[in-house]
Design a protein around this ligand. Structure first.
Ligand SMILES: *Cc1c(COP(=O)(O)O)cnc(C)c1O
Length: 403
């Protein structure tokens, strides 16, 4: 480690809240799938900022849109209108088939906004008695870090000593449609779920789960809210992961790659009456729907589609998965994934995923461990076959030498 790197890490550790424990690599530049540290070492990014940079680092067209808009107008607040919001609504509605859009900033804000809207919908449309609305969620979920959201987390690290928590949530196992049906009461307003549980270690539900979930929600008048903040926008090889299941959510949450990593932009998309219950003054955000965010998001969506990134995600994802599956290593328990949302789960005896991540960093690949034994692999969607071949070789070397 160079002294420059060491000094930056030391300052971070001394002055920053210690709520993260990053790998000791200090990055200063990114381009496409590549990242460079302050010492000039190059890495293939296999995390993509938790899928916020699906379009690749510093995509030139998104950068140009950002620069151009930043020179003209960045923020008006929603007290006034701006000329980027309407075309953003139009383009995202056309792309996703949504009827209403609520623009926010972070993913957690989109989740909170959906919870607020769907509760209000429950009281005003479904006729749930005051303060009785229930929302069903899944164990091992990840929906963000606000107090409302951690109130229904099952991760003790995320919850410990942050109470008291918000009531009104019921937790059921992921992938169990019968448990959903059993948990529903006349006061259930929504089922909030990830199409694939990302932070839990890329957990794919059993085949047929989501069609059954869709049918149950429809039959009971329960709003199906899909959190596609990580799975959406091409990550799984489709624009939205719901397409793999041939279903449509009532409310879809997107964020992360909605800006290609340039800026926090999220949105609640609704194809039901849910967002229709919000009236002036009842919800808002100073930055939500600002012209800079809208200009960036418009271009981030445009390049995703025009440059074939979604198809590339399906193609390179399937190839990458097959290459990793072909690795013979005693350390590997299971290889999972869809599109470029991949994970290698190691046997508990393998000594934890973290040391494999460290070893991969030495070989020029940045990956992140999740849930102790799982290595998540999720490069930007612009990754090429040659890069996948090279990365597979490095992963093979590490999985066979450390095992
Ligand atoms: C990242 C993520 C969030 C939270 O997004 P933030 O922008 O970090 O608030 C919510 N849900 C899922 C599935 C995520 O992956």
């Amino acid at each position: 480690m160079s002294s420059a790197t060491h000094a930056l890490i030391e300052t971070e550790n001394r002055l920053g809240a210690y709520n993260y424990k990053p790998l000791d690599v200090v990055l200063s530049r990114g381009e496409g799938v590549w990242l460079w540290d302050v010492d000039g070492n190059r890495y293939l990014d296999c995390l993509s900022a938790y899928s916020a940079v699906n379009q690749g680092h510093c995509h030139p067209k998104i950068l140009a849109a950002m620069m151009e808009q930043a020179k003209k107008l960045t923020l008006t607040s929603r007290a006034f209108r701006n000329d980027q919001l309407a075309p953003f609504y139009e383009e995202i509605a056309a792309l996703t088939g949504s009827h209403k859009v609520l623009p926010m900033n972070s993913g957690a804000e989109a989740v909170e906004s959906a919870i607020k809207a769907v509760r209000k919908w429950g009281y005003e449309v479904k006729g749930v008695p005051e303060n009785k609305a229930e929302i069903i969620v899944c164990s091992e979920n990840f929906h963000g870090r606000t107090l409302g959201i951690i109130s229904f987390s099952t991760d003790e690290t995320a919850r410990g000593n942050f109470g008291p928590f918000t009531p009104g949530f019921k937790i059921i196992p992921f992938g169990d449609a019968a448990a959903l049906e059993a948990a529903i009461t006349p006061n259930t307003v929504a089922f909030l779920v990830e199409p694939i549980q990302g932070e839990a270690g890329v957990i794919i539900p059993p085949k047929g789960y989501f069609p059954k979930v869709r049918e149950i929600c429809t039959r009971h008048g329960v709003t199906l809210i899909l959190d596609e903040i990580q799975t959406g926008l091409g990550r799984t090889g489709k624009l939205l992961a719901e397409e793999h299941e041939s279903i449509e959510a009532d409310v879809t949450l997107i964020g992360k790659a909605l800006s290609g990593g340039f800026y926090p932009v999220s949105a609640v998309l609704s194809n039901s009456e849910v967002l229709g219950v919000l009236q002036p003054g009842q919800h808002g955000s100073t930055f939500g729907g600002n012209p800079l965010a809208c200009a960036i998001a418009r271009t981030a969506l445009k390049v995703l589609v025009e440059e074939g990134m979604i198809e590339n995600s399906a193609k390179q994802g399937a190839y990458f998965k097959s290459q990793i599956e072909a690795i013979r290593s005693n350390a590997v328990r299971e290889v999972r994934g869809r599109g470029l949302m991949l994970a290698v789960e190691l046997h508990p005896e393998a000594g934890g995923a973290r040391r494999y991540c460290e070893a991969l960093r030495q070989r020029g690949i940045l990956v992140k461990d999740t849930h102790v034994n799982t290595i998540r692999i999720a490069p930007p969607l612009v990754v090429t076959k040659d890069q996948v071949d090279w990365a597979s070789g490095q992963i093979e070397a590490v999985l066979t030498s450390l095992a």
